[in-house]
Design a protein. Structure first.
Length: 135
């Protein structure tokens, strides 16, 4: 019986040693992962430094945006925005069916408004998002 207790203690000791080895391996792997993440952040810092001018340019841009609808039977909608300029870049993204029509902008009144138009009347409303990008 004493021999069985000694064998059990030896087995428990081996089991604890195995667990300790696993913990050490886990810790080692974790340290490597942290080092890899740290390296990636260093790379990201380099990328940011290499593109600081472009980043600052993008940060300084002003974006005005919204959603509008050209109603059934109409061919345009006027959108008011104090941020619109003659040289503004404007993106229009349809949210609904366009009935084969192309949406385009026209009649820019600087600092006041612009219109989004289609060529002809359609059988339903056309909803769209718009964004003005100004420097």
């Amino acid at each position: 019986n004493q021999d069985d207790k000694i064998l059990n203690l030896l087995e428990d000791t081996d089991s604890l040693k195995d667990k300790q080895d696993l913990n050490e391996q886990y810790y080692s792997d974790l340290v490597k992962q942290v080092a890899d993440v740290d390296d990636k952040y260093d790379d990201l810092d380099e990328i940011i430094k290499d593109h600081e001018d472009e980043i600052e340019s993008i940060k300084s841009q002003k974006y005005d945006s919204g959603t509008a609808v050209i109603e059934k039977g109409k061919i345009k909608v006027k959108i008011e925005s104090a941020d619109i300029k003659k040289d503004s870049r404007l993106a229009i993204t349809p949210k609904t069916r366009t009935y084969g029509q192309m949406l385009y902008y026209d009649n820019i009144e600087e600092g006041e408004s612009f219109e989004v138009k289609i060529e002809g009347e359609v059988e339903g409303d056309i909803a769209f998002d718009w964004v003005i990008i100004s420097d």
